[in-house]
Design a protein around this ligand. Structure first.
Ligand code: SF4
Length: 444
């Protein structure tokens, strides 16, 4: 009998891609796989793909590992393996504190789990498939939408961020390899491609034969691929922004007018101490140009409150900036000191937790109102909506517009006279909003 492997994926969409690639390697060996089973079938193997980004994520990863170790101790599952950012960053600590784990892998050597699991199963039962390409995956999402990682690592070294310590230097994937992956997925029915990178802005600058605008060229070529209907861009860095992407976004219907660009703050002193290589004037000029060149664009950003030295005046500047810019989508974090980062070594974490929390709540209350007004302003428009699923209780189809990334943004609840097709894109007339999500109809 084949082993059943449950891949439990925590953290960001970049981690999810590694989980999907691991799943493909298992599937090609004839091993049954599933994603995110809370209680996996008896006798199965669980792989936990961990996140080591910030305190809460690390705690969640540790708790999930302990939960699966407990299931193993009670004889419910056969083995537990760990991979991902937490075990990359704290490999020795994980080994010391969780000796019950059957194997510890990191962010780059996770393919080794397959051999260990195969050793649990007799070689004669293993089905081989020699044709697996490095990017091949079993999609856990769609199959109509997916994430495409175009580079790994980051050279920016923002003061608060541990990611470069985990993922290493920025390395772009060659464009031809990315386009081959997208072509293969599109041929198999994937329509929406969410492009991700730690630092989207630097894409291609490290490649040998690259054009002056490697990101713009990549996205332009990607949009030419038959079957590609939505390309959405995530995690741009504000300094050295690749402006060539803006005309592509403006001109091409299949490239969503959406940009996820973390700005973190607006106060000059805080930005300098964060090592963000941009100031308030530069940030405003960047936003003005993006909105001018791509009319109607929806911008998602991330802000951080409570960074060392953020006094009341600096926080008020951030609040005023958010009110002024009216970002369509915004998330925020409270600063959390991370081991070995520049900030941990050079600044005292001097903002009390309750102050950080109060600032976070104040900022999010402002944003909630803006988001609600943004949602209301969509009423009366016709938006391109990709259908994710049908909700029988609501008797509506659930989809997302080109302005809505999976998991983080709004849903569009669609009424239709006819049966819709999951993964297909429809023009939906927006009829209502409820503060965050949208309601619309087809054929009414
Ligand atoms: S750009 Fe800054 S915040 Fe983003 S991954 Fe790199 S170091 Fe971290």
């Amino acid at each position: 009998m084949n082993l059943h492997v449950n891949i439990y994926s925590l953290g960001c969409s970049k981690n999810l891609i590694d989980s999907e690639r691991l799943a493909r390697r298992f599937a090609d060996k004839g091993i049954d796989i599933a994603f995110d089973e809370e209680i996996p079938p008896k006798g199965s193997v669980t792989v936990v793909n961990t996140c080591g980004f910030i305190g809460d994520a690390k705690e969640e990863s540790v708790n999930e590992l302990l939960r699966f170790i407990d299931l193993k101790d009670r004889g419910h599952i056969k083995a537990v393996y760990v991979m991902g950012c937490l075990s990359e960053r704290y490999r020795n600590d994980v080994a010391e504190q969780m000796p019950e784990l059957d194997g510890i892998f990191g962010k780059f050597d996770w393919a080794g789990i397959v051999d260990e699991v195969l050793a649990l199963q007799k070689a004669s039962e293993i089905k081989q498939n020699a044709a697996t390409k490095p990017w091949d995956r079993v999609l856990s999402t769609g199959p109509h939408y997916t994430y495409i990682k175009i580079s790994e690592g980051c050279n920016r070294f923002c003061a608060f961020c541990a990611i470069p310590l985990i993922t290493g230097r920025h390395t772009s994937r060659p464009a031809d390899e990315i386009l081959a992956e997208v072509s293969q997925l599109a041929a198999n029915g994937t329509r929406e491609f969410n492009i991700i990178a730690q630092d989207l802005s630097s894409y291609g600058r490290d490649l040998a034969d690259t054009s002056a605008e490697p990101l713009a060229d990549l996205i332009d070529r990607m949009a030419d691929i038959e079957g590609v209907e939505m390309i959405r861009l995530h995690y741009a860095y504000p300094s050295d922004f690749p402006y060539g992407i803006l005309p592509v976004m403006s001109r091409r219907k299949d490239v969503c007018k959406y940009l996820d660009i973390a700005l973190q703050h607006i106060d000059d002193k805080v930005l300098t101490n964060m090592r963000r290589h941009i100031d308030a004037d530069g940030t405003r000029a960047l936003l003005e140009r993006i909105r001018r060149e791509v009319p109607g664009i929806h911008i998602r950003t991330t802000m951080m409150v409570g960074f060392p030295g953020e006094d009341d005046a600096a926080f008020d500047r951030l609040l005023d900036f958010v009110k002024e810019q009216r970002f369509e989508r915004l998330g925020a974090f409270a600063y959390c000191e991370e081991d070995d980062t520049f900030a941990a070594k050079n600044f005292e974490d001097n903002i009390p937790d309750e102050v950080k929390q109060a600032r976070l709540e104040k900022l999010m209350a402002v944003q909630e109102e803006i988001a609600s007004e943004v949602a209301a302003s969509e009423v009366g428009k016709t938006l391109r909506v990709i259908i994710d699923e049908y909700d029988p209780d609501m008797q509506r189809w659930i989809g997302r517009s080109e302005y809505d990334s999976p998991e983080v943004d709004c849903n569009v609840f669609v009424e239709a006279d006819e049966e819709l097709e999951t993964g297909k894109i429809y023009n939906v007339k927006i009829t209502d909003s409820d503060g965050f999500d949208l309601y619309g109809s087809i054929g009414h």
